[in-house]
Design a protein around this ligand. Structure first.
Ligand SMILES: Nc1ncnc2c1ncn2[C@@H]1O[C@H](COP(=O)(O)OP(=O)(O)O)[C@@H](O)[C@H]1O
Ligand SMILES: [Mg+2]
Ligand SMILES: [Zn+2]
Length: 478
């Protein structure tokens, strides 16, 4: 593989090679064809959508020496075309306004604009990131942009149009570069991957495209990064390299939520946090996944609208667990948690609270009426206790969380290995994995006190510790 970064190696050299931007392609082609060349252009749009590339292509079109007049098909091999590609042209100045933003820089530029072009037809100034120019510099440029010498063309590029003085904007022909669709990015990445013999599947390409927010530079950079793995690249590789939460991880969270499996849910969350993923990142990934689930519910055929990293096929297998209403409630819950996370030092605990609140049985309107939780002391008609709902009783999970919340950080991890499965009067039953049985046994009294505090109970508590047996479906049996 070459050492040149993919996004540099695959910079479009002609209008035809530009991905997306159909209107800009047509407009610029016609501009050159009919010689309707304006004194100033403003290319705006988010990063990596082709502004700088297009500015260079346009400069080549104007100055190509292989034709008598500007051409919509610059040759790419004449001295002018080549010098523009390597940023060495005497007639085309590419100025990074981010580092040359002062009024002196603007004056120097104005002075240079009065000189006739050396080799080409036009003297072209590409002002990249032009929103970085100071107000004074902009003002110095104004006059020049309004009435430049006939041989001068300005191309201003910016990601932040609102920071450009309105008086400047109104003097330019404005081209709005759109963010690229996931499909367009996937298609382009596929071509690059083939050319570079990178073995990567479609879902991985889609994952890259979704992560890059409509910009091709980021997409190509990420492709370059994952290509170093030297194996068949999957979506999980992509998420791992991008530092995101992988599809597998998100699926285990969703599975635990949909089956009301408190134990698994907390465990997955803990593993994720321990592996260095921040609660904020986990929540924002979940938010995207829930948004996708909502879309799947309302427009089940519109795969292209999905933006999260869980694939359509995977989402489909889970979608039946939620109805529209519960998804909406879940999204509200996630939003609430995002706010909570902003001000807390206990981010991991809030993540857990949020995850538990996402369980269908806990949402205010239960989608799955059959799972509705019965009050603990509810007696049947024959006076016998009704069976308590196993590990998923909402108040139990919440009580346990509030116990964890009061614990010292070092004990929090230990407590997360247990779940409170029953609480009746002054008796509590905790379930723990067998590896932790002893540890919990020896701390029974302390835990009992914590429970008493958390439930604000008057009488002392007794705690019974049981091992949790995992049944074949992964759920903890009471
Ligand atoms: N519309 C596009 N078509 C093809 N490649 C693109 C496009 N937009 C960005 N790229 C890729 O991203 C790199 C950076 O693009 P650039 O034109 O500098 O983006 P911008 O100036 O809008 O941030 C290019 O070298 C190219 O590899
Ligand atoms: Mg740029
Ligand atoms: Zn040429």
């Amino acid at each position: 593989m070459s050492t040149v970064a993919l996004h540099q190696k695959y910079r479009p050299q002609t209008i035809a090679e530009l991905v997306g931007q159909p209107y800009i392609k047509t407009a610029l082609t016609n501009t050159v064809k009919y010689l309707q060349i304006a004194p100033a252009y403003l290319f705006t749009g988010s990063r990596g959508t082709g502004k700088t590339s297009t500015a260079r292509i346009f400069a080549k079109s104007l100055n190509c020496l292989n034709t008598k007049k500007p051409t919509d098909q610059p040759c790419g091999i004449c001295q002018s075309c080549r010098s523009i590609e390597t940023s060495n042209s005497l007639d085309v100045s590419e100025i990074d306004a981010a580092s040359n933003n002062g009024v002196d820089d603007a004056r120097a530029l104005i002075e240079r604009s009065t000189l006739a072009p050396v080799a080409g037809r036009y003297r072209i100034f590409i002002l990249d990131e032009c929103h970085c120019l100071t107000g004074n510099a902009f003002n110095a440029l104004l006059k020049c942009i309004e009435e430049p010498p006939p041989h001068v063309v300005f191309i201003l590029c910016t990601t932040e149009l609102h920071k450009v003085l309105p008086t400047i904007v109104s003097r330019c022909q404005v081209f709005n570069f759109r963010t690229l669709s996931v499909q367009a990015i996937v298609q382009h990445l596929g071509i690059v991957a083939d050319a570079e013999s990178i073995s990567i599947d479609d879902e991985a390409l889609t994952a890259i495209a979704r992560l890059s927010d409509g910009g091709l530079r980021d997409a190509l950079q990420l492709l370059g990064q994952v290509s170093l793995l030297n194996e068949d690249i999957t979506a999980n590789h992509v998420m791992e390299i991008a530092g995101g939460v992988t599809e597998t991880e998100l699926m285990s969270i969703l599975q635990a939520i949909s089956t009301n499996n408190t134990f698994n849910l907390l465990q997955v969350a803990r593993v994720l946090v321990d592996s260095g993923k921040t609660p904020k990142l986990i929540l924002s990934n979940l938010l995207q996944t829930y948004r996708d689930l909502l879309i799947l519910k309302s427009a089940s055929k519109e795969q292209s609208l999905l933006t999260g990293c869980v694939s359509y096929t995977q989402l489909k297998t889970l979608a039946n667990h939620w109805n529209f209403e519960t998804l909406n409630l879940s999204l509200a819950e996630l939003q609430k948690a995002e706010n909570n996370l902003r001000y807390t030092v206990n981010a991991a605990v809030w993540l857990e609270v949020c995850l538990l609140n996402l369980m269908p049985s806990l949402l205010p309107v239960s989608a799955t009426k059959t799972l509705a939780v019965k009050p603990l002391n509810d007696k049947g008609r024959d006076g016998k206790l009704l069976p308590t709902v196993a590990t998923n009783t909402p108040n139990l999970a919440q009580i346990w969380l509030s116990v964890m919340d009061t614990a010292k950080p070092s004990n929090k991890n230990l407590l997360a290995h247990a779940s409170l499965v029953k609480l009746q009067g002054d008796k509590a039953i905790l379930e723990v994995t067998s590896a932790y049985l002893k540890k919990f046994e020896s701390n029974k009294e302390v835990i009992a006190k914590m429970l008493q505090r958390a439930t604000q109970s008057q009488q002392p508590m007794t705690v019974l510790i049981k091992t949790a047996n995992k049944s074949s479906n992964g759920r903890v049996k009471a």
